[in-house]
Ligand binder design. Structure first.
Ligand code: PGA
Length: 254
């Protein structure tokens, strides 16, 4: 009932010419029938968005941004607004990725302002949450998720959840080759869905798609994405080659 959503987060990889080539390879590798059953999003670095958007236009692939500033316009040197993203065909925005929380000190409050701004501008937020290894070992994973969800979704009205996607990404699994076990991932996803049922209602919770992220690879993608509450993946490293990314997309349960 929930359409699987697989997004490739290219992070700070690929120059514009490399990004154009990769987007073309992904487009040519995927069977056109993929898109009736699965949503596939490419999230290149901002400087490559327009070029990648041109390559994937009318292909069925969607365009996503890794970041933006929550104001529509203004004197914010170096920043990119949701209006600018919309104008070049961006549909999804990754918000609150752990690398932004860690290296750019993004708070739940700031992340919340981006979620509200995205919704206002009709962009689909992919809100990232996840615990560190220290937090998992201390047994406070659910507390951390609750805080990040509560903060990130503050003031979001039930009718504003239409486009919302949540990515559970345990920080200790990102870029480390250490994936959460299918059981750990499913448990966290079930907890997130329970939170959403309380925060909104069970109908909305059943509709919102939850991605798993953190060292998703072709060989673990199927076991993760066939879990009942895992509706897709947010893929970093393995989204940088068309073969690996296509294999992950094919593994999604649809
Ligand atoms: P990874 O990154 O797949 O390289 O672990 C995932 C992410 O950070 O979204």
């Amino acid at each position: 009932m929930r359409k699987p959503i697989i997004a490739g987060n290219w992070k700070m990889y690929k120059t514009p010419s490399e990004a154009t080539l990769l987007a073309r390879q992904i487009k040519e590798t995927l069977e056109p029938a993929t898109f009736s059953k699965k949503e596939v999003v490419l999230c290149p670095p901002a400087v490559n968005l327009a070029a990648v958007g041109t390559v994937i236009r009318e292909s069925g692939l969607d365009l996503g941004a890794q970041n933006f500033y929550p104001e529509a316009e203004g004197a914010y040197t170096g920043e990119i607004s949701p209006l600018m993203l919309k104008d070049i065909g961006v549909k999804f925005v990754i918000i609150g990725h752990s690398e932004r929380r860690q290296y750019f000190q993004e708070s739940d409050q700031f992340i919340n302002s981006k979620v509200l701004s995205a919704v206002k501008h009709r962009l689909s937020p992919i809100l990232c949450i996840g615990e560190t290894l220290v937090e998992r070992d201390a047994g406070i994973t659910e507390k951390v998720l609750e805080k990040q969800l509560g903060g990130g979704l503050n003031n979001l009205a039930p009718e504003e959840t239409q486009r919302l996607v949540i990515a559970y990404e345990p920080v200790w699994a990102i870029g480390t080759g250490k994936t959460a076990t299918t059981e750990q991932a499913q448990t966290a996803h079930a907890f997130i869905r329970g939170f959403l049922a309380n925060r909104f209602n069970s109908e909305i919770a059943e509709r919102i798609r939850l991605q798993y992220g953190g060292s998703v690879k072709p060989d673990n993608a199927e076991s993760l994405m066939t879990q009942p509450d895992i509706d897709g993946a947010l893929v970093g490293g393995a989204s940088l080659t068309s073969e690996a990314f296509a294999a992950i997309i094919r593994a999604a349960a649809a």
